[in-house]
Design a binder for this molecule. Structure first.
Ligand SMILES: Cc1cc2nc3c(=O)[nH]c(=O)nc-3n(C[C@H](O)[C@H](O)[C@H](O)COP(=O)(O)OP(=O)(O)OC[C@H]3O[C@@H](n4cnc5c(N)ncnc54)[C@H](O)[C@@H]3O)c2cc1C
Ligand code: FES
Length: 342
């Protein structure tokens, strides 16, 4: 055990909601909040998004190193702030934790699944369907940890279909040297068992169903957006939804038939695929360039809009810059960063 991490368990008082929970000394304050159903805000669970920031009102914590100094640094520490995902209690503590406004938190559980299918849908992306013992409770936009054999820490993957089915679909990108990518592409086959843990996260469409929304995804960032659109369109959500989907080339686009089918069927849904590296003369007649540049060119007015972004951190940062220039406020931008596991 890390010498800075205490054994035993500590009382955690959470204001202003008056929750009282217990956190083990070897457990992060965020994990304890999640396990106890406290709807604390978070996304990456690894010190890189800043969403789990809270105030330490009393007591002592150990902060593990590694938080991105661009989002959390000594200025924040001096102001009594901490990141719940990076801190372990060393004594009983009192915290001030801003809570998410969405529906009550669903407590994560371990689910025994069986691989239903594994399908290569682009040169680097696999679609995996995991059969579950019954429909699993989660919200469209949430993700699950995969407890892949021999791979620690667990990697997160977003559910790509709406809840209610007895299978959860995932889209997994294979990176060179990627451990779970190699597991999926080389070892996974139908009938295999795989434990997953979840659901996690607060990414998802807001309850403000009168507000026009734009969604921007790159690569497998499509997965949670796909689940959110699937769920919203199936329940007749009538807010205007415009989805900008960025990929390098035509062979990296997937789920096109479904997305085009939704656009044909639902007057409130528009879909713009954008390719950044498609060879000239390939016959592609759609948008070209960086997806964020195409969004910038098409955004007339930010008034009343909400934005949902998902994909690699570099794409999210570029999209946030475009949206802020267009007049979006922080609270109207919802982002799900696919940060690598550490
Ligand atoms: C909330 C959340 C949801 C996620 N949902 C999805 C999802 O639905 N689909 C999906 O494919 N991934 C998703 N990810 C990323 C996923 O958890 C893994 O990090 C990713 O699949 C790589 O795992 P790996 O074991 O294959 O590679 P690793 O063994 O972790 O890494 C191998 C190499 O690939 C590099 N690498 C890893 N991730 C990236 C990246 N994003 N960009 C550039 N290089 C990278 C590493 O730096 C390393 O050099 C999500 C991440 C988070 C935090
Ligand atoms: S910094 Fe804690 S959840 Fe992202």
């Amino acid at each position: 055990m890390n010498a800075h991490v205490s054994s035993g368990a500590f009382a955690v008082d959470i204001a202003p909601s008056s929750h009282a929970i217990t956190c083990r000394g070897d457990q992060t304050l965020l994990d304890s909040c999640i396990q106890n159903g406290i709807p604390a805000r978070y996304n990456c669970r690894s010190g890189e998004c800043g969403e789990c920031v809270a105030s330490l009102v009393g007591g002592e914590v150990y902060e593990m190193p590694g938080a991105d100094p661009a989002i959390f640094n000594d200025k924040h520490r001096a102001a009594g702030k901490l990141l719940l995902c990076m801190c372990f209690p060393r004594t009983d503590v009192k915290l001030n934790v801003p809570l998410a406004q969405d529906a009550p938190a669903i407590r994560p559980t371990t689910i025994n699944t069986m691989v239903e299918s594994v399908e290569r849908v682009t040169p680097t992306i696999y679609r995996v369907r995991l059969e579950t013992p019954g429909p699993v409770a989660y919200r469209a936009g949430q993700c699950f940890e995969w407890i892949a054999p021999g791979v620690r820490p667990n990697r997160m993957y977003s559910a790509a279909n709406r809840p209610g089915d007895s299978a959860i679909e995932f889209h997994v990108r294979v990176y060179p040297g990627g451990r779970v990518g190699a597991f999926v592409s080389e070892h996974m086959s139908p009938g295999q068992s795989l434990e997953i843990l979840g659901p996690f996260g607060h990414f998802g469409l807001s309850a403000s169903d009168w507000r026009p929304s734009i969604c921007i995804a790159g690569g497998t960032g499509l997965a949670p957006i796909h689940a959110m659109l699937d769920e919203a369109l199936a329940r007749g959500d009538s807010r205007p939804l415009h989805f900008f989907y960025g990929a390098r080339s035509q062979d990296e686009l997937y789920c096109l038939d479904t997305l085009r089918g939704w656009a044909d069927k639902h007057a409130n849904f528009t879909f713009t695929p954008v390719l950044s590296d498609e060879p000239e003369g390939s016959g592609w007649t759609g948008a070209r360039g960086l997806v964020t540049d195409v969004v910038a060119a098409q955004l007339q007015d930010a008034f009343g809009l909400e934005a949902y972004l998902c994909g690699p951190p570099v794409m999210i940062d570029a999209a946030v810059a475009v949206l802020e220039t267009a007049g979006f406020s922080d609270s109207d931008i919802h982002a799900d960063r696919f940060v690598p596991a550490r």
